[in-house]
Design a protein around this ligand. Structure first.
Ligand SMILES: [Zn+2]
Length: 452
């Protein structure tokens, strides 16, 4: 953290007094704040659950894993952590988890919480815009209107994600001359309002092109605020220079000790060269290893198989992660190849009913299901492994069937799911019955009989 950096809290305190959140101060309906979880009666220092189903191992025959063993447990949570996991007994006053399966909370690792139609009127896509450039021109027109409701809508999306089992998101936020820093400021307010039930990390995203829209100064300002990653967009096709754009991004990340997460839609030669140049820069600055990500990275899907393998090996060595929304149709990403070579693969919603796409559901379990279907992962073992793309690599059982989650002392971030095991949850896209964030109930499915 730098001396000049503002924490979100300080920033909010200051701006509330000075500018009242500027552009949105009078536009947020009161109802947007009526649903925060701060008042929830379910919050308590200690919670005890009975009848919690945990995975304990695999059944095997002489050929393969044939099923998943489970058992019921009592789990005590204290101060947001798992205090104990004990044999199941009928503890008086304990919350009855009714045999639902406890799975890790899910993580949406690529979303734009700051700009959406969600929570407003339904709006489908348009064929007027054909390119990223066209979309930028559209955004320059519509963002001033979107900013008026962006705090409330971000909170609505967070609730959507929670209802689908996620307690965390990595949100890109527009930093460009039309929004200035207002999209970021509005998002800070939503994060503050939801901080007891949801975690967010922020990517400062020069959506209209770092140099194309002359956003360098704004990006430097944003880098000194409470953000986690420096974003980027198509260095060649939007900004005209791979080296110039990546160099700026890398330097800003180094200067302010941030990570990097670049939207790379470009395929073909410039996409591949961008991947190669970023790998080179990260290898030159090893402190960026494990903190650098390429979102979408469609170029990988267009490479010949041998080059996909070689590039996956390089990405793994540089510890550069790939965040894919798991596209299908015209482009299939080489996700199995990335996994094979140890690349960190994550997924996210990206759009939830916005001007980029009307299709986002906010379900990471659905993404795991999509991955399973797309790449033919249909056995008990394969399906159980697919869950990791939804949970950002946390799985109840390891490959050998040894229990590795949850453990005493773990942060109590979990779902209760109407499924008999991880494999079934992925294959059936099972219903999320409840989500707990740091030991507090963040969501409960109201259409079923509630936990009691
Ligand atoms: Zn995106």
């Amino acid at each position: 953290m730098t001396n000049t950096e503002l924490t979100r809290k300080k920033f909010i305190q200051q701006t509330m007094g000075v500018i009242g959140y500027g552009i949105v101060s009078s536009a947020i309906p009161n109802s947007a704040h009526a649903v925060t979880k701060n008042d929830s009666p379910k919050f308590s220092k200690q919670l005890v659950f009975k009848n919690v189903r945990l995975e304990t191992g695999f059944h095997r025959d002489d050929f393969e894993v044939t099923g998943t063993k489970t058992a019921l447990f009592c789990i005590t949570i204290e101060d947001g952590k798992i205090k104990s996991i004990q044999d199941n007994t009928d503890i008086k006053g304990a919350i009855d988890a009714k045999g639902y399966l406890m799975l890790p909370a899910m993580k949406d690792m690529h979303i734009h919480l700051d700009k959406t139609w969600y929570g407003g009127k339904w709006k489908a896509g348009s064929k007027r815009q054909h390119s990223v450039q066209d979309m930028i021109a559209l955004e320059e027109k519509i963002l001033p209107e979107l900013l008026k409701t962006s705090t409330a809508r971000a909170e609505n999306i967070i609730e959507l994600l929670q209802s689908n089992g996620s307690n965390f998101a990595r949100s890109h936020v527009n930093i460009e001359p039309t929004s200035q820093l207002n999209s970021l400021k509005n998002l800070y307010r939503a994060i503050e309002n939801k901080k007891d039930s949801f975690g967010v990390e922020i990517v400062a995203f020069p959506q209209h092109g770092l140099f194309r829209s002359k956003s360098e100064g704004l990006m430097k300002e944003a880098a000194q605020m409470d953000i986690d990653f420096i974003g980027g967009l198509d260095p060649q096709s939007i900004d005209g220079s791979i080296e110039k754009s990546i160099d700026f991004t890398v330097q800003l990340a180094l200067d302010y000790k941030r990570g990097i997460d670049i939207h790379l839609h470009e395929s073909g030669e410039s996409g591949f060269k961008t991947i190669q140049y970023l790998i080179k820069k990260v290898n030159e600055s090893p402190e960026l290893k494990g903190k650098t990500f390429l979102s979408h990275c469609f170029a990988l899907g267009k490479l010949p198989a041998k080059l996909q393998e070689e590039t996956a090996v390089q990405l793994a060595a540089a510890q550069i992660g790939i965040i894919s929304t798991i596209p299908f149709g015209g482009l299939i990403m080489p996700i199995p190849t990335l996994y094979k070579h140890g690349v960190n693969v994550m997924t996210g919603t990206d759009s939830v009913v916005d001007h980029w796409s009307p299709f986002g559901t906010g379900s990471m379990l659905q993404k795991a299901n999509l991955m399973a279907q797309l790449y033919g992962y249909s056995t008990e073992l394969e399906l159980s492994r697919c869950l990791k793309i939804a949970t950002n690599n946390i799985l109840p059982l390891n490959e050998n069937g040894d229990q590795q989650w949850p453990r005493q002392g773990d942060i109590a971030d979990f779902n209760l799911v109407d499924a008999s095991c991880s494999a079934e949850a992925v294959a059936r896209n099972s219903t999320i019955k409840a989500l707990y964030h740091h030991g507090k109930c963040a969501y409960q499915n109201s259409t079923s009989s509630s936990l009691s």
